[in-house]
Design a protein around this ligand. Sequence first.
Ligand code: ADP
Length: 531
Amino acid sequence: NTAAESSQPLVQDILQQFQFDSDDVRNVTRKFLQQIKDGLDHPRPWQLPSFVYQVPDGSEKGTFLAVDLGGTNCRICLVDLLGNSTYKVLQTKRMVPEHLRINPRYEPLFSFIAKALREFLDQHEVRPQTDCDSAAQSIPLGFTFSFTCEQTSISQGTLIQWDKGWDIPEALGKDPCAMLQESIDKIKLPVQVSALANDSVGTLLSRAYTTQEHGSTLAGVIIGTGTNAAYIERMCNVRRLPTPGTKRMHENIVLNTEWGCFDDDLQVLPITSYDRALDASSINPGQQQLEKRVSGMYLGELMRLVILHCHEQGVFNMVLDDESPCNRQYGLDSSLLSLLAQDGTVGCLDGAKAIERVLSAHSVTPSDARILTRLADGIARRSARLVGSALGAIIIQSGRFFDLQSEKATVQVTSLQTHQHDNPTPKHRKRGCELFSRISCYFKGFIPSPTESQVSGEKTLNRGSEQDVIDIGVDGSLIELYPGFEAHIRSALRDIQEIGREGEGKVRMGLAKDGSGVGAALMANAAKSIW
Ligand code: ADP
């Protein structure tokens, strides 16, 4: 009896608090766009350069090791890039024990990884490839390290902060590749850590490698334990990078947005009393504000806080056992939300039993199940629509949608330049800029200012594919397993005026399977050519 339930003022009030409507989406997108631009202009712990200047086109070849240290697991992979957009991968997964994730010293974590690597190499009899000139070489390894690092090259970086509940203070300010290499050398493995990869950068690269429409991939988005995104930015927009030489040599660069920290200062995100409680008792209060409303690590906890409150207020018939995970911080996994969102779970006996099992409760009634489902839906919907708002900001910033819409206008401007002057003078550049600004006005000023390359008529890599597609590689259990997560992201994209239904229709999202492993291999391959 839905009417009776919706008349429950507390449930109604909670659902209202988690509501994230069209105006909220637009507001957040606008602010995130400002934050993106701020990170292009100034060195901030977001918009981090990855030192990857080119995305794969599927022709890359070679055998690489990859270690992916995610929020929960450590995966070790052997990746064989076959050069025709396909690959073979062997992998093993280990859960990282909590005492290694929270530890004053870094050595226990890295020697755990090195030992797992040794077992993997032994098990699969992996040896360095030899060639005629040299004896045994070492095997190149790409290290996907999903915590905030300021990179200084493709193979070096400095850990800025832990998140997703990890805390190893001694590692802060140190290079993850060097820490891993130290442990690898200690046990004398023939392995060279040659690339530092972020998981979202890896997702973008692996999607670009496997997609059939090369050149269409714009971004990689992760929604797993944590959340993050990487996208292709025009080099000349990245004013935080001072080196003019590098800037002239490369047209584009992949940026790691670290969007989990968006809004740490802005305070534009929606906030409920549950968000406040979650943040206050977290390991990093005030930080990772978007992550705390979006990612797998936190959605279960938000749900737990909501359930406890409703339970205290007598909303449910069900009784929680003493040892219920609802009574422990982080006791509930966000997979509960997926369970509740499955068609047919609610209202059937098996569904009630499943809820009883997960919550360690008894006497769950159909009404309880329906209320739980609606609460979970409110939390998950807000999460996905926030992802849509943030992704919308990236799409607008990329100029890709504008490029697709104004293909003709772009051709006009570039031909004006290239036909009349192969080597445009400042005067002609200015003329090109003026034309662009007129077009920009037409699109209500949401287009990034014209870049050198646009004005001078050079071919840009991220101008979009022939097929008019804006391709986004996605990875992470939430987007993969929560029913309808992508649909909610899309509904938010449609709410953004500058994107609308037409723009949303051009966005294609595809799972970057083995994203971080294959991505790390592609990074190690890129490192080879840079060396
Ligand atoms: P990682 O981010 O560690 O690489 P995953 O992408 O598998 O790994 O994400 C793990 C997170 O996803 C955990 O926080 C877990 O709670 C959550 N999760 C796992 N399964 C599901 C599911 N079916 N629905 C929603 N969230 C899930």
